[in-house]
Design a protein around this ligand. Sequence first.
Ligand SMILES: C[S@@+](CC[C@H](N)C(=O)[O-])C[C@H]1O[C@@H](n2cnc3c(N)ncnc32)[C@H](O)[C@@H]1O
Length: 318
Amino acid sequence: MAKMTEKKKHKLYSPLSSSASEIQEQLGLYIYPDKEKKVSVLEVKKSENSKVSKINDIDLNKWKEYSDIITDSLWLIGNRDRSGVHTAGLHGNFIPQIPHQAMLRYTKQGDTVLDTFLGSGTTLIECKRLGRNGIGIELLPSLAKKSEELIERELNPYNVVTEVIDGNGCSKKTIQKAKNLLQKKYKRDKVQLIIMHPPYHDIIKFSDHPEDLCNTHTTEEFLEKFSTVVHNSFELLEKKRFLVLVIGDKYNQGEWIPLSFYTMQKVLENGYKLKSIAIKNIVGNRAKRNTEHLWRRRALGGGFYIFKHEYIMFFQKK
Ligand SMILES: C[S@@+](CC[C@H](N)C(=O)[O-])C[C@H]1O[C@@H](n2cnc3c(N)ncnc32)[C@H](O)[C@@H]1O
């Protein structure tokens, strides 16, 4: 009897030992990109009686053909897209697949995208590739200049306009600058998508600048400043359009601080409704991978789990 229980236990708790692709199949997971059947929205020819919504170019009559668009809330993304001028140069930049997916779902060609925490310019590079206009706000003048130069080097097959504003996203002046640019250069009053990838509070030190969100002294101050950016940029977004927030959580003195849920709350308080929350895998860089076993030791001793995911949240302006 004792033996049988042992056997049963073993069967129940045996860890997954199959290959990655077998596990993927067993769990019914879709790992993006599916190299075998990768078809881009840009390649699908619209049907004669195409059924296209107001917020993207997806022809619902051809929905089966869009194999490059993620529709699941679990985003298992393989390698970073390093094509064109994309680099992993800025510690803390997001993978290009994130703005790429967001733009395919929530913009049409010719629409305008605003990124309020531009960093190394990933969003604007993707704008050029997908035929969307883009405005980026970056606090640090040196980074803004570097990003502008990088974006400039990317090909511009759709002849779109991209502009980088060096300024503080919390300041009304910066938003006014974006507004003026929109009217003068883009001949529009509103943008059709906002992307926000703020510092995850103080976990990466981007600069010593006092207005850098990474230098806020408490979680409350961080949230207050983040909320100001959401509030100020609200008027620039067209009604019923989307805001995409990319954020991770952090640990502080043995406590998990859910920055993601706190920031989500701030967006909801500022005139948006929640449409989806996706969880994305984090793939560590080589340096981190070498210390993996140390983290495992710490996790086992400290009663916590090691961060392997971050959040992508999708909101719609009411
Ligand atoms: C997580 S990074 C964004 C990375 C970006 N998604 C990329 O792919 O390069 C956050 C950026 O926000 C900028 N930042 C911090 N506080 C800011 C503020 N108050 N206004 C505008 N930008 C700010 C930082 O300098 C940093 O470059």
